[in-house]
Ligand binder design. Structure first.
Ligand code: HEM
Ligand code: HEM
Length: 221
């Protein structure tokens, strides 16, 4: 059934964009997880102080913190490398929309939102679900843009002369956005698995091999 099916022909460029994006985002989330757990300076500075004092060496808490952060830094460098990779992928997604798809993702769904009211009752909930998912992708792209912007601001805080207050606010926004991203990813994976098991068998395969290129068998995205 074509109506409200999520199956559509996925151009090679979008398929090649999707999977590295998944890896990069999971990589970034991995660096955050390590920073907050095994490589947390709060935990490790106390450990360093305790172990050294057990061997009769007394160091200041500041030095212990400094050592713990130095141990963490090479790992955190990957947050920045992958952050730049995410920025590049975001630009790549814009180019795919402009050159290959020649449309803005989610825009068609945004335009159709008012038409849902006039649909027959049994079609309404399906149409609404389809529209919310497509607009969800647009929101995701907006989130990524903000994530990259705030990340770059933090990375180049000295160069752009960001004040202490603004650094704190930017960091809070950057961290808060992460929770929205995690909600998107959880909902997305769950949604894809449910769709694949209900009426959209082959949806994940479309994101790998492309699917049916015949435009008559596909909905506008
Ligand atoms: C999926 C996207 C991203 C997520 C989930 C994410 C998450 C986070 C989190 C949670 C923090 C706060 C860590 C803490 O203080 O405990 C942080 C800090 C930071 N992020 Fe990201 N980030 C992302 C993308 C980026 C990008 C694109 C860049 C830019 C290259 C970037 C650069 C930074 C910088 C410079 C910091 C501050 C580190 C510090 O104060 O030591 N991030 N990020
Ligand atoms: C970090 C994790 C992930 C992110 C950020 C992500 C992001 C996205 C985005 C933005 C789209 C929309 C592409 C577009 O049409 O503009 C998409 C579509 C899709 N993704 Fe993911 N994805 C993730 C993980 C996964 C995983 C693990 C799977 C497989 C189980 C998957 C399968 C799909 C499929 C089948 C579609 C097409 C669905 C549709 O057109 O509605 N994704 N993904």
């Amino acid at each position: 059934m074509l109506k409200y099916s999520f199956r559509k022909y996925t151009p090679l460029s979008l398929r090649l964009w999707h999977w590295p994006t998944v890896l990069v985002i999971f990589g970034i989330l991995g660096t955050v997880l390590l920073r907050k757990t095994f490589l947390s300076w709060h935990t490790n500075s106390v450990l360093i102080e305790e172990k050294l004092s057990a061997s009769g060496i007394v160091i200041t808490p500041e030095l212990a913190k400094d050592i713990a952060i130095s141990i963490r830094n090479p790992m955190w460098d990957w947050h920045i490398y992958l952050g730049f990779a995410l920025g590049a992928l975001f630009l790549g997604r814009i180019l795919i929309a402009l050159i290959v798809e020649k449309r803005c993702p989610g825009f068609q769904a945004l335009k159709n939102i008012l038409k849902i009211r006039n649909l027959p009752l049994q079609e309404k909930s399906e149409a609404l679900h389809y529209t919310v998912v497509k607009i969800g992708y647009l929101v995701f792209y907006f989130l990524i843009a903000l994530m990259v912007l705030t990340g770059l601001m933090l990375n180049f805080k000295a160069e752009i002369g960001l004040s202490k207050g603004l650094i704190g606010a930017t960091k809070e926004i950057h961290e808060l956005l992460m929770w929205f991203l995690i909600i998107f990813i959880g909902g997305h994976i769950l949604g894809v698995v449910i769709a694949e098991n209900r009426k959209d068998h082959g949806l994940v395969s479309d994101m790998i091999y492309g699917g049916d290129p015949d435009p008559h068998n596909n909905l506008p995205g």
